[in-house]
Design a binder for this molecule. Structure first.
Ligand code: ADP
Ligand code: MG
Ligand code: MG
Length: 250
């Protein structure tokens, strides 16, 4: 599904190499986790995959379902099936949550050459999904994320993910200081959306999130590279021993 080969990335306006040859494959139906010390390049990887400005790919490739995503605009990446959830959800004053979601869903459909969802169909689908996620109707009408509590923002993020039905979900939860309740929301949401044709890349500094979202594969990133890959036990090993041994490896 996601195939990253020898990815090298530097800052655009500084002579600083951040990713130094990342190799990573995420298969459909699998949850891959990336852990690693602060500053190892985890967030940079998710930013580059999302198409954020300020980074320059100097070597390597990244494809989603065979398509070169690094050449695409951020909205084209979304249309191709990529969804990115970040630590700090954007607030959009003046735009109702439901209106925002409807235009996001329809923009994605349009980019795929599909018909728009009618407003009655959209209402039906969003009400069902909101109910599943225990999101009340009031939250659907409020401006996107404005004045939402941390838990409401997380719930809303999962709702966005559920509505867009992405092929690949990337979550960067590093250093987000998720409390236990928010962590449970995120992990329940991810677990509910796990499916044979959907892959996940879950980025986290801490092991505790991975107690709830049990990954199929765990990668350790250090100094801009994946330095070790294993099963869920690798996350527990890191929890017990810290990242020191991987820093030496790098
Ligand atoms: P992680 O998410 O693993 O903590 P980051 O990807 O945030 O790591 O950062 C990797 C390295 O790149 C760090 O040394 C960080 O300071 C640097 N870095 C990332 N983005 C920028 C930027 N826009 N300007 C300056 N330094 C940056
Ligand atoms: Mg960091
Ligand atoms: Mg980070």
């Amino acid at each position: 599904m996601l195939d990253i080969k020898n990815l090298h990335v530097k800052l655009e306006d500084e002579d600083k190499q951040i990713l130094k040859g990342v190799d990573l494959t995420v298969e459909a139906g699998k949850v891959h986790a990336i852990m690693g010390p602060n500053g190892s390049g985890k967030s940079t990887l998710s930013y580059v995959l999302s198409g954020r400005e300020g980074y320059e790919v100097t070597d390597g490739s990244a494809t989603l379902l065979g398509e070169d995503i690094l050449e695409l605009e951020p909205e084209e990446r979304a249309a191709a099936g990529m969804f990115l959830a970040f630590q700090y959800p954007v607030e959009i004053p003046g735009v109702g949550n439901m209106t925002f979601l409807r235009s996001a869903v329809n923009a994605q459909r349009k980019a795929r050459g599909e018909e728009e969802m009618s407003s009655s169909e959209f209402l039906k689908v969003i009400r069902e999904k909101a109910k599943d996620l225990k999101i009340d109707q009031d939250m659907l009408k409020r401006p996107v994320n404005v004045g939402f509590s941390g838990g409401e923002k997380k719930r809303n993020e999962i709702l966005q993910m559920a509505m867009l039905e992405p092929k690949l979900c990337i979550l960067d939860e590093t250093d987000s200081g998720l409390d236990v309740d928010a962590m449970k929301l995120v992990s329940d949401g991810v677990n509910a959306l796990r499916s044979p044709d959907r892959g996940f890349l879950v980025i986290t500094h801490y092991q505790r999130l991975l107690d709830h979202i049990v990954p199929d594969v765990v990668h350790i990133m250090s100094d801009g590279r994946i330095v070790k890959t294993g099963g869920p036990e690798l996350a527990r090993e890191v929890e017990a021993n810290g990242y020191a041994e991987f820093k030496e490896t790098a």
